[in-house]
Design a protein around this ligand. Structure first.
Ligand code: NAD
Length: 483
């Protein structure tokens, strides 16, 4: 079987942006909105292409980058910056549109945007990447395409904390008196204005999404699943930021078995469960899964997408489940940790085959949710929990002291357990507050989406329900603005 796992569309497959448009059109076809408003919401407002030169290794190299702004019904607009060779206008516009719907679905007060640089970061030294990133950031900053109140990027494929710190510093160098400069980008390291829990946020959100799904027996039944996450067999595609954290938390905290991992150079399979940390450190030391000694290594990693398992987690790139392999996917439940991993054509095939898909605009919204918390933290210039934590502890201490006094007076030797006191007395720190805010966001968003799915007979799945929920919120914003 020769099924390529690439972002490229197979024959007769619509482009990524066209795929997103088709899903949008399906949803708005079921909504009562004026056609002019539908069109206004669908189109991408603007896409900027920047070409710039950087002197590297004794000569000038020219790079091409993009920043697409899909919808400014709320500002700032928000969306990651991706470094990959496949970056193009169609892709950033599709991703920017997804950001609009994602932010609306999880009630993050942003419009949608996305950026990308056509580059393979593995081919450059760190100092070269810094020069390229700073120059790209400069091109965007001088056009207000990076700005705390207008356009706030974040990490995506091929970028992380390091690149975000360079971008924030570049902005601060240009806007030396802007007190809110740090809010110009999220996903920064802690020492540069980041927030606890941002690195893990998207994978953590995938975990919370699955936990919420498994709280609803009716939804599990739609996928032919029962029980909880413990013991469920999971195959993950892409062990990067999102895939690694999702796999780690689901195996370590929920007792799921990671039976397969697909990476860019092959796959790893072990029905008794893969040690996620051991595989991750092998990949970072060796550049891929090749020769991993603790599980079966499969050269044609894409074949693992078709292996029996309970949950498939595509967490690499778009278009990996397409017309060419959708008929052979066996997992009853697919959670789209990546953006656009299932093409519009594959989506129809999977729906017909009774598969349940937890859609990207919901499943990977943990990243933008915690980015929202980081942006608020930067604008308020104070760490979450700093004012309340010790006060909360002092009040809890009062309650414990009083309970101990009453229990002591009863004189039957009963006391409060140490483990209770330890948990109860500790005030919440920033990480706990971030996780709590993320958990709440993922639960509430899932519930609003499934309510539409179950209430309306004409809504075929969670994806269309998610689009309807998001589009109706964007439409409300436009109406409120008088458009
Ligand atoms: P990343 O660069 O950290 O990881 C991507 C991983 O996929 C890497 O390990 C890479 O080797 C692997 N990969 C590349 N090509 C592959 C292939 N053909 N087959 C299998 N694996 C392959 O990227 P990330 O930040 O984890 O993003 C992954 C996906 O999640 C993207 O679609 C991105 O848009 C989406 N996403 C990321 C975030 C975030 O916060 N980072 C937020 C929302 C959505």
């Amino acid at each position: 079987m020769n099924v390529p796992v690439t972002g490229a569309a197979v024959q007769a497959e619509p482009s990524f942006r066209h795929s997103v448009d088709m899903m949008f059109n399906h949803a708005v076809g079921l909504m009562d909105l004026p056609s002019g408003l539908k069109e206004k919401i669908r189109v991408c407002n603007a896409t900027y292409t920047v070409r710039f030169g950087v002197r590297l290794r004794g000569q000038i190299q020219t790079f091409t980058g993009y920043r697409a702004i899909h919808s400014e019904h709320m500002e700032p607009v928000k969306g990651g910056i991706r470094y990959a060779m496949g970056v193009n206008q169609d892709e950033v516009e599709a991703l920017a549109a997804l950001m609009t719907y994602k932010c609306a679905l999880v009630e993050a007060p942003f419009g949608g945007s996305k950026g990308g640089l056509r580059i393979d970061p593995r081919h450059y030294e760190e100092h070269e990447l810094e020069s390229i990133t700073r120059r790209f950031a400069y091109e965007l900053i001088k056009r207000d395409l990076i700005h705390p109140s207008q356009n706030v990027p974040a990490p995506d494929m091929g970028t992380g904390e390091r690149e975000m710190a360079w971008i924030a510093d570049q902005y601060a160098r240009i806007h030396t008196t802007d007190i809110n400069a740090r809010a110009c980008v999220t996903g920064k390291p802690l020492n540069a204005g980041g927030i606890h829990g941002r690195v893990e946020a998207t994978g953590r959100g995938v975990q919370y999404a699955l936990r919420e799904f498994f709280r609803h027996p009716e939804d599990m039944a739609a996928a032919g699943l029962d029980g909880g996450l413990a013991g469920k067999r999971i195959i993950v595609q892409g062990l990067g930021n999102v895939g690694y954290h999702a796999a780690k938390f689901l195996s370590e905290e929920d007792g799921a078995l990671i039976t397969g991992v697909i990476e860019h150079d092959g796959g790893v399979f072990d029905p008794s469960g893969i040690d996620v940390d051991s595989l991750r450190s092998w990949i970072s030391d060796n550049g891929g899964v090749k020769d991993y000694p603790h599980a079966q290594v499969i050269a044609e990693g894409a074949l693992l997408l078709e292996e029996p398992c309970d949950i498939l987690v595509p967490a690499a790139l778009e278009g990996t489940i397409h017309l060419g392999n959708a008929e052979r996917v066996q997992a009853p439940l697919i959670i789209e940790a990546a953006n656009g991993p299932v093409t519009a054509g594959a989506d129809e095939i999977l729906r017909r085959r009774g598969k349940v898909i937890i859609p990207d605009l919901y499943a990977n919204a943990g990243g933008v949710t915690v980015s929202y918390f980081e942006w608020v933290k930067n604008l308020s210039h104070i760490r979450f929990g700093r004012m309340q934590r010790r006060q909360e502890e002092a009040r809890h201490q009062l309650v414990v002291d009083e309970m101990e006094r009453i229990v002591g007076a009863m004189g039957n030797g009963t006391t409060l357990s140490d483990s209770f006191k330890l948990k109860y007395l500790r005030g919440a720190d920033e990480l706990e507050l971030v996780r709590s805010g993320l958990d709440d966001t993922m639960r509430v968003a899932y519930q609003s989406m499934r309510e539409v799915w179950h209430r309306r007979a004409d809504v075929p799945d969670l994806r269309i329900a998610a689009y309807i929920t998001a589009i109706s919120r964007v439409a409300e914003s436009y109406r409120a603005k008088g458009l």
